[in-house]
Design a protein around this ligand. Structure first.
Ligand code: NAP
Length: 282
């Protein structure tokens, strides 16, 4: 029997708390504002930005996209991030990916004020996270932990295997799992015998960007599987990095796609924005 580890209830709860906090902050004269810097014509990116804006609106957070166009230069992107970092009316800044050729997200995100870095993209934020200091964690990585906690999955001493080592998901998820006393293994495209490694996981986090890569042969019976993948399908839908049909019935729990990590990620971005506004309150 495989439990569906939905993120929707958790996301609704987080957004309700954020809405209450936003009302308080707005009444006190600090209405939280989130800015999303976009430099791509990518349609799935545009969809993601619209979904953040819709969720922000529901909580009372003002959200604006700063669209620099797909031909923006790294200098223009950096200048926009610096301007927003210096704007006292803006509390949260997200640098949307993909970026134009030649623009390196890890480099440009260094221009985001760490106090406004609500998606943990500034390398300083990741460094602080690694050092166990207060920082905004990348929201997707934090969503993985929030889902595991929400569904009561024990982490101390568990073997957690993260497939994927990106700066935005895999590495910070591994750091957060380590902070919670899991024994962590990180896999990537050069890992030998991926299925052999992932089968030893009590908790498996798939953050690969390869549709349905993880199948029954990759999972232990009774493992808990968090599917971070969001891969667009030809018919306009989404599939995860886990082949849900293949692992269902074998694992103890699996997050759905959509409706798992995604809504929690968005809710946490808004929670971070409200927190950033609170810390800036005069
Ligand atoms: P990414 O930057 O492309 O990183 C993918 C990682 O997977 C890399 O570390 C890569 O290894 C590894 N990999 C690729 N093929 C592999 C294979 N066959 N076996 C083992 N490892 C392999 O992707 P990302 O930004 O981390 O995103 C991962 C997925 O999460 C995507 O589907 C993305 O859409 C999704 N995502 C979802 C959310 C959400 O809120 N739900 C947010 C962000 C991302 P190398 O390092 O060796 O290349």
């Amino acid at each position: 029997m495989t439990a569906t580890l939905s993120g929707r209830g958790l996301a609704d709860g987080i957004r309700a708390e954020v809405a209450a906090e936003v009302a308080e902050l707005t009444a006190a004269g600090t209405p939280p504002r989130l800015a999303v810097v976009v430099a791509t014509a990518d349609e799935s990116s545009a969809w993601y930005v619209r979904s953040i804006a819709r969720a922000a609106e529901k909580t009372g957070i003002a959200c604006s996209a700063v669209d620099l166009g797909a031909s923006a230069t790294p200098e223009q992107i950096r200048a926009a991030l610096e301007a927003l970092s210096g704007d006292p009316a803006v509390h949260g800044i997200i640098l949307q990916t993909p970026l134009p050729a030649g623009a390196v997200v890890e480099d440009l995100a260094g221009a985001i004020d760490p106090a406004k870095d609500v998606d943990g993209a500034n390398p300083l934020s990741l460094g602080r996270l690694a050092a166990g200091l207060p920082a905004f964690a990348p929201a997707t990585a934090e969503a993985v932990l929030a889902l595991l906690d929400h569904h009561g999955v024990p982490l101390a001493g568990a073997h957690a295997v993260v497939v994927g080592r990106s700066t935005v998901v895999g590495k910070p998820a591994a750091l957060l799992l380590l902070q919670r006393d899991a024994t962590v293994t990180v896999c990537h495209s050069r890992t030998k015998d991926l299925a052999g490694v992932t089968r030893s996981a009590d908790v498996l986090v798939a953050a690969v960007g390869r549709p349905e890569l993880i199948t029954a042969e990759h999972v232990a019976e009774d493992a808990v599987v968090i599917d971070v993948g969001t891969n667009p399908t030809a018919d306009g839908g989404l599939v995860g990095d886990v082949d849900a049909g293949s692992v269902t019935g074998r694992v103890a729990g699996l997050t759905p796609v959509p409706g798992g990590v995604g809504p929690v990620t968005t809710a946490l971005l808004l929670q971070h924005t409200a927190r950033a506004a609170r810390s800036r309150r005069p």
